[in-house]
Write a protein that binds this ligand. Sequence first.
Ligand SMILES: Nc1nc2c(ncn2[C@@H]2O[C@H](COP(=O)(O)OP(=O)(O)O)[C@@H](O)[C@H]2O)c(=O)[nH]1
Ligand SMILES: [Mg+2]
Length: 338
Amino acid sequence: MFDALSNRLQDVFQSIKGETRLTAATVESVLREIRLALLEADVNFKVVKAFVDRVRDRAMDQAVLKSLTPSQQVIKIVRDELLALFGDAKGGLTETAARPRVIVMLGLQGSGKTTTTGKLAKWLAKQGRHPIVVSTDVRRPAAIQQLAIVAQQAGVRVHEPVGNMDPVSRTKSALAEAKAVGNDVVIVDTAGRLHIDDELMQELVAIREVAGPTDVLYVADAMTGQDAIKSAGEFNAQMGVTGVVLTKIDGDARGGAALSVVSVVGVPIAFVGSGEKLEDFEPFHADRFVSRMLAWATCCRCSRGPKRSSTRATPKSWKRRSARVDSRWKTFAISCGC
Ligand SMILES: Nc1nc2c(ncn2[C@@H]2O[C@H](COP(=O)(O)OP(=O)(O)O)[C@@H](O)[C@H]2O)c(=O)[nH]1
Ligand SMILES: [Mg+2]
């Protein structure tokens, strides 16, 4: 993800690197290029406009233009504003003293809810927590089975009320089991649809009522671009989403959805999923994300990054390439002292 955007920004920054004087016209042309780069990366157009306006306001400041390092300052402004797109929120779960803490997973079918339920449970278990997971996806018997397998792989308890196929009642009995056994986290995996419908929303609202969750996580497939943002807004309006889990960032998604979600929906990114394995999961850190994105573009002393990568790569080759580029970057960063 962000390969193409990163390359485009690298070109833009390259064009002003080393300039000792920046004119207003140069800044405007840089802004035009940045605008195009963001739109091509599928960033929401309103977000792009607000972003470019903010960068212009700051970059056109005479103190910046007349400084000794104007281009470095413009690059820093772009970086700051990219960070601001993600808001100040820290990734991870909300803070709560509630025991058990209840987390409800939402999202469209195939976005990665069940996989992420297992990943999150494993991540929590690693932090010394004792999660129990429950599936409320009763329409597809295979979904209950899938969560049982994922829970087993994650080494966490799964609530299996035999014969009970009512989503709300399954949630209730999972809470009761957690209290009886001493599980301090309950993760409720829910059903998804290809599109949002009223029946699903009513079911989810009823689950929320009995669950009283501290975290309502919307699982968004990064590959679905702007559509993911639209449904995040709808889920948020009905369910009060507390965080987004952005999955499949290992694919070749253009990444614009990730950059727009906080501004458009007003909900922070809590976690990111970067593969099918349970370990491919981490809390979202905006600064690391932006640093990776701008790694080559902002490297202080070096003129060009490593060999360009194709933007038409498949997820698997992306992974291999990404690992290669990462290791080259480490060697390169050490040698250049960045
Ligand atoms: N590459 C990749 N695949 C993922 C990721 N998260 C989930 N998947 C895959 O996406 C597909 C759908 O996931 P699933 O958890 O069943 O989605 P659900 O319908 O929302 O519960 C499965 O094949 C998962 O292995 C991820 O971060 N990266
Ligand atoms: Mg599922």
